[in-house]
Design a protein around this ligand. Structure first.
Ligand SMILES: Cc1cc2nc3c(=O)[nH]c(=O)nc-3n(C[C@H](O)[C@H](O)[C@H](O)COP(=O)(O)O)c2cc1C
Length: 407
């Protein structure tokens, strides 16, 4: 089954309404879809359902108080707001909605919502008459204006014995709506390995041969694959970049080391994306101690070829070869050279990257590429490396699924 919320972090906020008991089911169904859940409850919510239930189901402590030094680490509301990819308030009481509309932050849940930059989704639940009141409808209008998403209540029998609009949206529909709010789950269940950054080939214990790769494109691709639901391992040469959340990092130095670490996990890899700028040559025999400056004006280093990581992976046989995507960083004859690499290395796709243009390529935040496959050629216009990464991952996921379907 495709898990539509793999790698997604959802904070489930529960307020004091009769439907609070349904929050336990919402928690379970979101977990079924692969989401990681944390919960926060208002004081009133704790009168309807115990924190223990939500703690046991979510396998995380429940966030309860804004000003309690014992249960909240300093700035806990900010931390939890930053942690979440999405905040769902279900059920949302009429009172909570009115506090949200006023922009208040005098309890933990409203403070979290105010501090959050992620999407906030509200699923109201209340007596029909409370829902119909102008005060409630005005508050709903106000929060909608602020781009808070509403999961509208349904019509039917109510716990108070009345019939009308105000029932919490059905749990299955809440889960479906949330899944649709995330852009993609195209790589759900897939293991993806991305290599990124430069490699360093030792000259002596202090000096090395390397290149200008910043790692930005590879890191953005690893993050986009994670967002698309994959379990991602990033095998990275030295960079100054923060590791994207929920991506497993393997730090390496040389090309030999990058090959070794890649081969270690390739058996369980579905898609291999080689973005690293691997050095083509290494010093045949690096000096064991620092090479001293002498009277000589010249120093000769004997270089030998580093392993071709992409070729080693694409040569794998007996179903061990993953869907393999290479990057061709070229300064001239971009498409011709990329096509040659695609054929010679028997890749599934190659991304032709013009690193000779200073407005895109190595250290820039922008990039523009053409993806080549067998009888396939698609251009991706200039955009940020993050946007490009998302578009590339969507494209790679589509081609990979096609190749599985047609063998
Ligand atoms: C038995 C009972 C059931 C209630 N059910 C609801 C409800 O379904 N929806 C609602 O908006 N308020 C309901 N309330 C009123 C809220 O509990 C009350 O407004 C409370 O202040 C909400 O607090 P909170 O928004 O901080 O969770 C109910 C109250 C009681 C006593």
């Amino acid at each position: 089954m495709i898990k539509r919320l793999s790698n997604k972090r959802i904070l489930l906020g529960v307020t004091g309404g009769i439907a609070a008991y349904k929050s336990a089911e919402i928690c379970r169904r979101l977990q079924d879809e692969g989401a990681e859940i944390r919960t926060a409850m208002t004081s009133a919510a704790q009168k309807f359902i115990t924190p223990l239930t939500l703690q046991a189901l979510s396998r995380n402590p429940v966030h309860l108080d804004l000003l309690d030094a014992q249960t909240e680490s300093a700035m806990g509301h900010i931390e939890v707001a930053r942690w979440a990819d999405l905040i769902l308030i279900a059920p949302a009481s009429a009172d909570f909605i009115s506090r949200l509309a006023q922009g208040r932050s005098d309890d933990l849940l409203t403070a979290i919502c105010l501090a959050a930059d992620c999407k906030v989704v509200v699923a109201p639940s209340m007596n029909r008459s409370m829902w119909e009141k102008k005060a409630t409808q005005n508050n709903m209008g106000e929060i909608q204006n602020r781009k808070i998403d509403i999961l509208n209540p349904g019509e039917g029998d109510q716990a108070c014995g009345e019939i009308g609009v105000g029932r919490l949206m059905e749990v299955g529909n809440i889960v479906n709506s949330l899944s649709e709010m995330f852009e993609t789950h195209s790589l759900s269940g897939k293991n993806v390995v991305v290599t990124a950054g430069p490699t360093r080939e030792a000259i002596d214990p202090i000096r090395y041969i390397s290149n200008h790769s910043s790692g930005k494109q590879g890191y953005a691709i690893a993050e986009a694959a994670m967002e698309a639901g994959a379990a991602v391992t990033l095998i990275s040469g030295p960079t100054n970049l923060p590791v994207p959340a929920r991506v497993e990092i393997v730090n390496v130095g040389s090309a030999d080391e990058m090959l070794e670490k890649t081969l270690n996990i390739i058996e369980r890899t579905d898609i291999f994306i080689s973005v690293a700028a691997v050095a083509d040559f290494k010093v045949e025999s690096p000096a064991l101690s620092k090479i001293k400056k002498t009277g000589e004006l010249k120093l000769s280093l004997e270089l030998s070829k580093t392993p071709d990581i992409l070729l080693e992976i694409s040569k794998l046989k007996n179903g061990r070869k993953p869907f393999t995507v290479g990057f061709a960083a070229e300064t001239e004859n971009l498409i011709k050279n990329a096509e040659k690499k695609l054929r010679e290395k028997d890749l599934d796709l190659i991304v032709a990257n013009n690193v000779g243009d200073p407005t895109i390529g190595f250290d820039s935040d922008l990039n523009e590429v053409t993806v080549l496959g067998h009888e396939l050629n698609k251009s991706f216009p200039k955009s940020s490396k993050k946007t490009l990464a998302r578009n590339l991952i969507a494209f790679i996921a589509e081609r990979c699924l096609e190749s599985i379907a047609y063998g």
